[in-house]
Design a protein around this ligand. Structure first.
Ligand code: FAS
Length: 388
């Protein structure tokens, strides 16, 4: 079994297969230090925590994670809060930065005797019409190599070798460009709210998500084509204060901006997620916008579904799970995609022509009004927002 990529999908899969006695190797182009410091997601759904607990992988998040169950909307029609942890299924998020989860998964996999080859870039996956696919690789010194296995799990993200190796016409790629760009920020500053903050403003969206007691993630909608250099610290904080209506609701807790990345919000889904002995999971299977904090959670869910299917086939000679893998995961992926799109439309003021908001901007304000006033709408939101 060859796993491409040591992100959440690849490492959850590796841990589960190794624990079930299925021989596997994880090929990862980054170094351990890069993996352990690459800051990304941070909100784990309750179902994700249950999956990690089921397999003894939740120690770190139990020690250092913090539950989060409230979000606050700040809009042109006022401010309101939703205690989503007491709505819907009553499930909170666990705030636990992705790089800490990846560090835990890596440590547990290696301590259990699992093999990760760092600095090893997968180049192609060949032999997809047979039962012994070959992964060609290049090591850190550019030396070529090859790995073979009964299956290859493509957990190497949307730009990885797995996607590149799919024969033309073998999958359909459904793609959506949300037409919005976010400046993703990490600030060395304590959270300014005791909630996830969503500010909807005519100048653009602003978001606030706690990561640790000393580091907070912010998002700022920015012009398409913006670069991080366009945004010095002062401009960032002044714009965040404006859009989060700090004058009305209290100042933001400022600090140096540690990381700034421009993320262009787009989504895609590949169908099917399997091509012969190559199976895709995580971002390699489907890219989802960070608007609803689903990406890392889907990666963990798909890794567990894939691990069960592979163990059934390789250890018990039951291939049904592999045959059903794609449909089972696509069901979850499309539901997450739909809610993520709904959040994008909720949070971004549509650019109107000559100052008159277009039709769907009135829809946006009505959705916010329903979320503010309708209990059943709030239950629906909580179930979608904290669920996977
Ligand atoms: P990953 O991208 O995490 O891991 C893929 C691994 O494969 C990487 O380690 C990469 O180095 C390796 N790789 C790639 N090509 C390779 C090759 N050819 N050979 C070998 N290795 C290769 N999601 C959320 O749920 N909530 C959030 O708040 C959130 N915020 C985000 C903020 C930013 C700025 C970004 C970029 C993403 C964010 N995401 C968020 C989404 C993100 O967390 C992904 O969904 C998650 O990492 C998916 O996990 P994997 O599928 O394992 O892919």
């Amino acid at each position: 079994m060859v796993i491409l990529g040591a992100g959440p999908a690849g490492l959850v899969l590796g841990n589960l297969l190794h624990a079930a006695g299925v021989g596997c190797v994880v090929l990862e182009r980054a170094t351990p230090a890069q993996l352990r410091t690459r800051q990304r997601a941070g909100f784990l759904a309750a179902n994700t925590v249950r999956i990690l607990e089921r397999h003894g992988l939740a120690g770190g998040l139990h020690r250092h994670g913090r539950t989060h169950a409230t979000c606050e909307f700040r809009t042109e029609d006022g401010r309101f809060r939703l205690d989503y942890g007491h709505l819907g299924r009553g499930e909170p998020h666990t705030v636990y930065p992705q790089h800490l989860l990846v560090t835990d998964l890596l440590t547990q996999y290696q301590d259990a005797g699992g093999t990760v080859l760092f600095g090893t870039e997968a180049v192609t996956v060949q032999g997809l019409d047979g039962t012994r696919p070959t992964v060609t690789v290049r090591d850190a010194d550019g030396r070529p190599g090859r790995w073979q296995g009964r299956y290859v799990a493509g957990c190497d993200g949307r730009h990885g070798a797995a996607r590149r190796s799919l024969p033309p016409g073998s999958v359909r790629r459904h793609h959506l460009d949300h037409g919005v760009s976010w400046l993703g920020l990490l600030a060395e500053a304590p959270p300014s709210l005791d909630a996830v903050g969503y500010a909807v403003h005519e100048r653009g969206f602003a978001g606030h998500m706690a990561r640790t007691p000393d580091v907070t993630r912010y998002y700022l909608q920015c012009e398409r084509g913006s670069t991080p250099d366009d945004w010095p610290d002062d401009r960032i904080w002044d714009e965040l204060a404006l859009r989060m209506r700090a004058a009305d609701h209290g100042p933001l807790r400022r600090g140096p901006v540690l990381d700034r990345t421009v993320v262009h919000l787009e989504s895609d889904v590949l169908e099917p997620l399997r091509h012969g002995p190559l199976l895709l999971a995580g971002d390699a299977a489907s890219l989802i916008s960070p608007s609803a904090a689903k990406g890392a959670n889907l990666a963990v869910l798909e890794a567990e579904v894939l691990a069960r299917a592979l163990v059934d086939d390789l250890r018990h000679g039951a291939p049904e799970g592999i045959a059903r893998y794609s449909d089972r995961c696509l069901h979850h992926i499309w539901r997450a995609q739909e809610f993520s799109r709904w959040m994008v439309r909720l949070l971004h003021v549509a650019p109107g022509s000559d100052g008159v908001p277009p039709f769907h901007d009135h829809l946006r304000r009505s959705r916010l009004a329903s979320l503010r006033t309708s209990r059943s709408c709030q239950h629906w939101f909580a179930e979608q927002y904290a669920g996977v």
